[in-house]
Ligand binder design. Structure first.
Ligand SMILES: Cc1cc2nc3c(=O)[nH]c(=O)nc-3n(C[C@H](O)[C@H](O)[C@H](O)COP(=O)(O)O)c2cc1C
Length: 184
């Protein structure tokens, strides 16, 4: 079992990372975390190389993610909510998914053959709602061929109560881990 997690937080001791750690502690198999703030992967620049060729011509580490993405079983987007959206860096890294879309639409080739299970970990400091980040994450997870997406784990009011202090959130992370560990 392989799980790929995209992390949109820069805070190693923050709430998103606390939930990632809680999830990976319960995951079977191997996992890989892509830290959007430090991974050095640039945003898609719409050069359109992928309209005619397999893969991406920008050699900045995305190729490695591409290999893992093709073979993994699970994908998770974990991000703080910034202005009612997942953070810019994770959106920026995931703009590179454009090569799969272009491949399907212009070259009729499905690069991501293996179906995946998808999950979301979203945290916010305020009392807001997660409608936009949930919708955006769902679009991105589907681009990664997530056929089944689990109920988003959303934890708000982290300004006053850390995500790991919420029993409900910890329970939901366990349910997500169980879903991702399923063999059927
Ligand atoms: C630039 C910025 C924008 C933010 N916008 C929101 C927001 O729209 N809604 C919200 O609930 N919290 C917002 N927050 C608070 C963060 O989502 C919150 O502190 C979160 O727990 C940080 O996660 P982390 O500790 O994993 O980095 C914002 C924080 C920053 C820095």
């Amino acid at each position: 079992m392989k799980t790929l997690i995209f992390n949109g937080s820069a805070r190693k001791n923050g709430d998103t990372y606390a939930l990632i750690n809680e999830l990976t502690r319960q995951l079977e198999g191997e996992y890989r975390v892509v830290d959007a703030h430090t991974c050095g992967i640039h945003a898609c620049c719409d050069c359109r190389y992928c309209w005619e060729h397999e893969g991406c011509c920008v050699k900045d580490g995305w190729d490695e993610i591409d290999v893992y993405l093709r073979e993994c079983d699970n994908v998770v987007i974990a991000s703080p909510v910034y202005f009612c959206e997942i953070t810019g860096p994770v959106l920026s890294v995931l703009s590179r998914l454009q090569m799969y879309w272009a491949s399907r639409n212009y070259r009729h080739q499905r690069l991501l053959q293996k179906p995946k299970r998808g999950g979301m970990l979203l945290v916010g400091g305020g009392k807001g709602t997660a409608t936009s980040p949930m919708n955006t994450s769902a679009v991105l997870l589907r681009q990664m061929n997530a056929k089944e997406i689990f109920d988003p784990v959303c934890c708000f009011i982290t300004d006053t109560c850390h995500a790991m202090e919420s029993e409900e959130t910890v329970k939901e992370v366990k349910q997500l881990a169980d879903f991702l560990n399923r063999k059927d």
